[in-house]
Design a protein around this ligand. Structure first.
Ligand SMILES: Cc1cc2nc3c(=O)[nH]c(=O)nc-3n(C[C@H](O)[C@H](O)[C@H](O)COP(=O)(O)OP(=O)(O)OC[C@H]3O[C@@H](n4cnc5c(N)ncnc54)[C@H](O)[C@@H]3O)c2cc1C
Ligand code: SF4
Ligand code: SF4
Length: 1013
């Protein structure tokens, strides 16, 4: 019998007693990092981009090498306490998953320690993100060459331990090719410094009784004694057999030995990597990218080796599935001019061929030769080439690669329950075998009627293939081992590797077959020398010799096992949370990207779209296991009576209800909506967050600030009747203290004085009358513009709305201010969903009545105007009607603008609102074009979120974070300009700048008005 009340949700597992004892001991020790074992923290690292799920006992986040040593030393006293190191958590095969403890180096150990441009090396902590490093190296004309699609969140520690590589690997090699030295910590806390040593020195060290001596002795015994077998077994491929790399532990001439080469690719199964000294490479001065279009994917594959032979630096490929998905994504806006359609032909395969050169002449020569070949292929209809485009522009090249890097995410957007999955996705075969291999691979998948998209590094013979399966269906899950076995046999047939790029993880069970029994035994000896007690990522790659522990397998527990406990209707209703595939794009380190400000400021994986989606899924699962239908709760759920809610709330501190953890995770969300459009599978946190809040508060008391925010649209018009009086109160310190104490609200904004009503008294714009508008002729209506009010602009920035009235008049139109109708966005943000539905209906009814007039309706604040498009659609469905509210720039783009001469006074910096930039990615460009049309100049500034996000920044509990987010990207960017030259489209952004800098920037429409009038 389904329940109608939200029950308390006990979490299903607490850390085991030995782990609890370890955490207590760690807390008492010198350890200076963080120790977290809340259920939500553990869940946030229980998944990666793979199909597996393993709940760790807790997460420890060290701050230094010494912290890692303390962890190891202490763990020696705790039998069965095991670890897995973790960086970005972007593994595709469960590499970092463990039921032990996650040691996450990404939060604190992320400093670049030294850059030596003369000798071309850097020293970094393991948690440094690859793009972070390259941003720091760029001013020196250098870069860390091994590339990977996850470069904006994958860490150096993760790259070293998976021996990451990607685009350009033929020229730039793998990560291990660039490791000059490592500082590592062994499972018992021993510090290990490794760098290449001469064979003579190595032999001496091997004699020592030290830990290093033991390791070197084993490495020498294995790698020297078994050299012939190793060379015979390891494939002669660019993507050599990593984990453990017995071949490259010795130099080709056997003159040097390097322990780092064994650690590289070991997937955390040998040691914690704390710091790395890396070789860095000069950035090529000249680059060109040729995008070659084909009539089929097979044509693209078969053509690629010719490009390699023609000395291309790299050849990347995508098939038509990926291309078509990219066309529907926000990213296509950036690349559509660079990959134009071919007339009367369909582009079914694309090769992106990069050429680098030290001089422009050298580069042009290579490109001319290539073009001659391509032209002749086009003329003779050979090789399936149907067109090509060249770009020499670095920014454009970056855009194309950003599209290619997003491929996996794009595939994840596939509609339906079957989702593309990583489990055989990084096969590598000698490039000359690739096309034949892929044809057989396709046949294998086609025989099972599976859909898939393909893309990858054709130059290295590595292709990414993700078959789509519904892991909630046990029958489909059962296909995983079968397909894995068949693909494993197929790569062996073509002389390749099952793990051409991403490492082994749960595929470690295939390691004995790939290494052969003799060499696999050697791996186990090496593991025993490093980690005799099997504490480091147990089950991955191999087990210590003489141990009876087992390897992880592809048949192990998967996420589907948990997800399928949630009934289908609930899964469908919360699809955005279910669809998160853990690729980690929402951890983007770049502070100027809009993606998840709360993740950036907290460095806490719980407070990211991924963390929130994971918490949501678990909440749904726990509810389902209690026979609670969330869909029913939403519609018929009973809000418990006041006394019950008060009682529940008072007992909150004592209760283990998991809903509190979910609330905490949702509370940090700014509802900026960046995830809704930037996440490749559109994990829309604000929507499920609002739904969660609406249900949570059926059981618990709401904080007073929620009522304040939820009712702001009702209160503001009333307060605006006597702005001077209200402001006089708000200016009092005691009043601010009182508001902060009682409602938890800070820096309450002052109302506009004189009010909008006063400013427009007697003005034609204030005379709305539907009947008169209906009576107008079409020509008369064509001169009118309806202004849709929002509470923030109308009551707190009346001057801006007055300026809009003036601008419309100045452009030859007649503005009419519509009566204020609440929009409902603040109610939605706080999860007053029933109230929001009713507000939205009233507002939509009103606006639909006006729509037939055919008069443009425009609004100023992006977040509220966009609410009409997104949240209204979701809540009202068909009944939303067809009314359209345009943003100011959208309306301006439809009319003729007067031409004016340009002047130096009319140059501005543009700070877009993040909801607007992500939902309407061309908005910055459009404002720029509009300014140009009237002789003004606008430079869009690359910034992330301002930290205000509606009322988030006004809530005392978020104040520090709000200011911290501002400091991430806005502070420095704003400091570069005079405030009079700064334009911002968001009310929140303008308020945040005003509160922090003391001066309020203007809206672009105000600058345009000043220029035109
Ligand atoms: C969409 C997508 C695209 C990808 N594309 C590529 C690609 O182009 N090329 C490529 O090579 N890979 C790719 N990968 C795989 C993945 O991004 C890489 O393996 C990356 O190197 C992992 O880095 P991370 O920081 O996320 O490591 P994690 O996933 O956190 O960890 C990976 C492994 O390294 C170990 N580890 C992490 N840090 C340490 C440390 N400090 N000490 C010891 N062990 C540690 C972990 O225990 C684990 O075994 C892709 C993944 C995704 C989701
Ligand atoms: S929320 Fe989106 S971007 Fe983040 S891990 Fe999930 S799918 Fe990837
Ligand atoms: S709405 Fe913004 S803050 Fe919230 S999860 Fe999405 S990106 Fe992060």
């Amino acid at each position: 019998m389904p329940q109608h009340e939200l029950p308390a949700l006990d979490v299903e597992s607490s850390p085991q007693s030995n782990y609890q004892a370890f955490f207590s001991a760690l807390r008492r020790s010198e350890f200076s990092g963080d120790i977290e074992f809340s259920y939500a923290s553990r869940l946030s690292v229980a998944t990666d981009n793979s199909i597996y799920q393993a709940l760790p006992q807790g997460v420890v986040l060290p701050k230094s090498v010494a912290d890692l040593q303390v962890i190891g030393e202490l763990a020696s006293q705790f039998e069965d306490v095991a670890f897995s190191a973790r960086g970005g958590g972007t593994g595709t095969n469960g590499q970092s998953l463990t039921s032990g403890i996650i040691v996450d180096v990404s939060r604190h150990m992320n400093n670049i320690l030294e850059i030596n441009p003369q000798e071309r090396w850097v020293k970094v902590q393991a948690g440094v993100v690859k793009d972070q490093l390259n941003d720091a190296l760029r001013p020196y004309g250098l870069f860390f060459a091994p590339d990977l699609s996850t470069s904006n969140r994958a860490t150096i520690g993760g790259m070293v331990n998976t021996d990451a590589s990607g685009q350009g690997s033929l020229v730039y090699g793998k990560t291990s090719d660039h490791v000059l030295g490592l500082t590592s910590v062994l499972a018992d806390g021993t510090l290990l410094e490794s760098s290449p040593m001469s064979m003579d020195e190595a032999k001496k060290v091997a004699e020592q009784k030290s830990t290093t001596g033991r390791l070197v002795k084993q490495i020498l015994t294995t790698c020297v004694d078994k050299r012939q077998q190793i060379l015979a077994k390891f494939p002669r491929m660019n993507r050599f057999l990593t984990g453990y790399d017995l071949e490259h532990a010795l130099s080709d001439d056997l003159s040097t030995v390097d322990i780092s080469r064994v650690i590289a690719g070991s997937e955390g199964s040998l040691a914690f990597v704390a710091e790395a000294k890396l070789n860095v490479t000069p950035i090529s001065k000249h680059k060109a990218l040729v995008n070659i279009k084909y009539d089929s994917f097979e044509s693209a594959l078969r053509h690629a080796p010719h490009m390699v032979a023609a000395k291309a630096t790299s050849v990347e490929t995508v098939d038509s599935n990926v291309l078509n998905l990219a066309k529907q994504d926000i990213i296509w806006h950036q690349v559509k001019e660079l990959i134009k359609e071919v007339e009367n032909k369909e582009v079914l395969g694309l090769n992106m061929v990069e050429y680098n050169g030290d001089s422009e002449d050298e580069l042009r020569e290579k490109i001319t030769l290539l073009c001659a070949n391509l032209d002749s292929a086009l003329d003779s209809n050979e090789g399936g080439v149907i067109g090509y485009q060249i770009t020499y522009d670095n920014a454009d090249i970056g855009k194309i690669y950003a599209m290619r890097k997003k491929s996996v995410g794009l595939l994840g957007k596939t509609k339906g329950r079957k989702k593309p999955l990583a489990f055989v996705e990084d096969t590598g075969v000698p490039p000359e075998n690739l096309a034949d291999f892929i044809m057989e691979f396709r046949a294998l998948l086609d025989a099972r009627n599976l859909h898939y998209g393909m893309f990858g590094h054709v130059d290295a013979g590595v292709l990414h293939v993700r078959p789509a399966l519904d892991m909630c269906d046990p029958e489909q899950e059962a296909m995983i081992p079968d397909i894995s076995n068949e693909v494993s046999a197929l790569v062996a047939k073509y002389g390749g590797l099952l793990w051409g790029e991403h490492g082994k993880g749960y595929r470690s069970e295939y390691a004995p077959a790939f290494f052969g029994e003799e060499l696999y035994t050697e791996l186990r000896k090496i593991k025993a020398a490093f980690d005799p007690l099997n504490k480091m990522n147990p089950g991955k790659i191999c087990t210590p010799i003489d141990s009876h522990a087992s390897l992880v397998t592809v048949g192990d527990v998967k996420r589907g096992e948990f997800d399928r406990q949630i009934p289908i209707a609930m899964r469908d209703a919360f699809a955005p949370a279910m669809n998160c595939n853990g690729n980690g794009l929402c951890f983007n380190y770049d502070t100027t990207s809009t993606m998840c400000p709360s993740s950036k400021i907290t460095s806490d994986r719980r407070h990211s779209p991924k963390g929130r989606a994971g918490a949501m899924r678990e909440w749904l699962r726990l509810l389902a296991n209690k026979q609670v239908d969330v869909n029913l709760l939403e519609v018929q759920g009973k809000t418990q009576n006041f006394l019950k809610r008060l009682n529940n709330t008072m007992g909150k501190a004592q209760s283990n209800d998991f809903s509190h953890e979910v609330l905490e995770v949702m509370d940090g969300c700014l509802a900026c909506k960046a995830c809704s459009s930037q996440c490749p599978v559109s994990v829309d946190v604000p929507t499920f967050r609002a739904r969660f809040l609406s249900i949570y508060y059926q059981r618990y008391m709401r904080p007073a600030k929620d009522y304040l925010v939820g009712n702001i649209e009702a209160m503001a018009p009333l307060m605006a009747k006597t702005p001077r009086l209200i402001n006089a109160f708000l200016k009092q310190q005691w009043m601010n203290k009182l508001i902060k104490k009682t409602v938890g609200y800070v820096d309450t904004p002052l109302l506009s004085s004189p009010s909008l009503k006063k400013q427009l008294a007697g003005h034609q714009a204030g005379q709305f009358d539907l009947g008169s508008l209906q009576a107008l002729s079409a020509n008369e209506r064509a001169r009118k513009v309806l202004i849709v009010q929002d509470p923030f602009t109308s009551f707190y920035e009346a001057d801006l709305l007055h300026d809009l009235v003036k601008l419309i008049e100045c452009l030859g139109y007649e503005p009419i201010l519509l009566p204020f109708m609440p929009n409902g966005k603040p109610q939605h943000v706080k999860g007053f969903l029933k109230e929001f539905a009713s507000t939205a209906k009233d507002s939509a009814d009103f606006l639909n009545k006006l729509a037939p007039l055919g008069i443009p309706m425009i609004g100023v604040d992006p977040s509220l105007v966009l609410c009409y498009r997104d949240e209204y659609n979701k809540v009202l469905g068909e009944t939303r009607g067809s009314f359209e509210v345009k943003l100011v720039h959208e309306w301006l783009a439809t009319i003729t603008l007067p031409e004016r001469g340009s002047s130096t006074d009319s140059q501005y910096a543009f700070f877009g609102h993040c909801t607007e930039k992500t939902a309407l990615p061309e908005s910055e460009k459009h404002w720029q074009q509009l300014f140009q049309r009237v002789g003004m100049s606008l430079t869009p500034i690359s910034v992330g979120c301002c930290g205000m996000a509606g009322t988030f920044g006004h809530e005392a509990s978020h104040l520090e974070q709000s200011k911290g987010i501002y400091a991430l990207s806005w502070e420095k960017a704003i400091a570069k300009f005079d405030t009079s030259k700064i334009l911002a489209t968001g009310y929140s952004c303008r308020s945040q700048v005003a509160r922090i800098e003391g001066e309020k920037p203007k809206h672009p429409l105000q600058a345009m008005l000043a220029h035109l009038s």
